[in-house]
Ligand binder design. Structure first.
Ligand code: AMP
Length: 403
């Protein structure tokens, strides 16, 4: 079965093509700067299915792509045209799996897309103004281009719909929840669910108490027991919780009132500040952990403090989530920083014996792919690194939905 996974952003389109049940993608790509004044850039890769370790055949193009429709047309051309063509005809695609950021309280699971589902995604525009409109655009274009395929939506919020009400409610007047649906939703659900399932399988414990730590450009943690999310650090939007590349994470709301009142910021300026100018960028002057780590090595004090704040916040949430879970079987690091940055893992696991966590410093420094168990001698809870793979998780959920 051919599955195309699409992640449609406001000016970008990411895709992976699977010949299910082969978990290795056959093709993948990224289109950026769709609708910009300059040319869009397109990178398309075709993998060698006989030898997944072989480097993919890659082609890069710069061309004008005014909208998502023309961008997806171009992707179809690359998928179908010789010499690199993977299929002969778009009708060979059986399922298109769409990443949709916000499913609100409507969607607790992956679902086939119909008119009702699209209307619900549209109703949620107010809750995810940057993402849901772009996601819906991707769905509508795919419906036109692949009329034979089943369209499936996989929601970033769905995994966290199992949070109990005492965890997802804010202590605000009840009417704001009842009438405006203001509550914690949580994000990165596909990633937390995927690595939690891998960890439970590795531990051979279907009831495992896990803390999953997704550290990418955006960062979030989840408390997961028996495959169910019990709490998570992002909330109504993706700003709360951990320190991120450019997003603040937890800030006392009084600071925002101070900015909006005495300091004269507009709502738009506060939004820009919290989303684009804060986090590691605000603290250290750079948002990419590789740059901050180089600055740290060169003795930059701001970089050192930024690392400490970043790790301290994660440690606080480990304490909180161990309490939520009533114990701990493993913590799981994932995504760009979690998988690659040994220093972050070392700072997080420092003096965590109380929680049963012991890090093997040597294993921590080694660069290896796949699931890694970095637990040291005497550990009562494991320290795992598990590469996340949201596209594969989406393809798998599509296949499961089709039965
Ligand atoms: P993601 O959102 O999972 O793609 O993660 C992107 C982030 O991962 C980048 O902004 C980097 O800060 C970080 N990252 C990627 N590779 C490395 C690395 N080798 N060492 C440290 N951080 C990395």
């Amino acid at each position: 079965m051919n599955i195309l996974v699409l992640n449609s952003g406001s000016s970008s389109l990411k895709y992976q093509f699977f010949r299910w049940p082969n978990p290795q993608p056959v093709g993948s790509g990224l289109v950026e700067r769709i609708g910009a004044n300059t040319d869009a850039s397109l990178t398309h890769k075709v993998f060698n299915s006989a030898n997944p370790a072989a480097p993919p055949v890659e082609r890069r193009d710069s061309l004008p792509l005014p909208d998502h429709e023309t961008a997806l047309h171009e992707v179809v051309r690359l998928l179908t045209e010789p010499p690199g063509g993977i299929i002969q005809n778009p009708d060979e695609i059986a399922v298109v799996g769409h990443r949709v950021v916000h499913g609100g309280e409507t969607f607790a699971a992956t679902t086939f897309i119909n008119e009702e589902v699209k209307a619900a995604i549209r109703r949620l525009f107010a809750l995810a103004p940057l993402h849901n409109p772009a996601n819906l655009r991707g769905i509508e274009v795919a419906e036109r281009l692949f009329p034979q395929a089943r369209q499936v939506a996989v929601f970033d919020t769905a995994f966290h719909q199992t949070l109990p009400e005492y965890a997802f409610r804010y202590a605000l007047p009840t009417a704001l929840y009842a009438e405006q649906r203001i509550r914690k939703y949580g994000f990165h659900g596909t990633s937390h669910q995927y690595v939690a399932a891998q960890a439970a399988e590795y531990l051979q414990n279907s009831d495992a108490r896990l803390i999953t730590i997704h550290l990418g450009n955006g960062c979030s943690m989840a408390a997961v027991r028996a495959g169910r999310s019990l709490d998570t650090s992002m909330g109504f939007g993706p700003l709360s919780g951990l320190v991120m590349g450019t997003r603040s994470g937890d800030v006392d709301p009084s600071v925002l009132l101070h900015l909006l009142g005495p300091l004269g910021y507009s709502a738009g300026q506060v939004s820009t500040l919290l989303n684009q100018e804060s986090g590691m960028l605000g603290l250290s002057g750079a948002n990419d952990m590789r740059d901050i780590s180089r600055a740290l090595a060169a003795g930059d004090a701001r970089a050192q403090l930024a690392y400490e704040i970043y790790a301290y916040r994660i440690r606080q949430y480990i304490g909180a989530y161990a309490a939520v879970l009533g114990g701990l079987d493993a913590i799981v690091f994932t995504a760009g920083v979690g998988e690659n940055d040994a220093l972050v893992r070392r700072l997080v696991c420092r003096e965590m014996s109380f929680f049963g966590l012991e890090l093997d410093e040597e294993l921590n420094e080694q660069r290896e792919s796949g699931l890694r168990d970095l637990s040291g001698v005497g550990a009562r809870a494991r320290v795992l690194v598990i590469p996340t793979n949201e596209e594969l998780a989406i393809a798998r959920q599509c296949a499961e939905l089709l039965g």
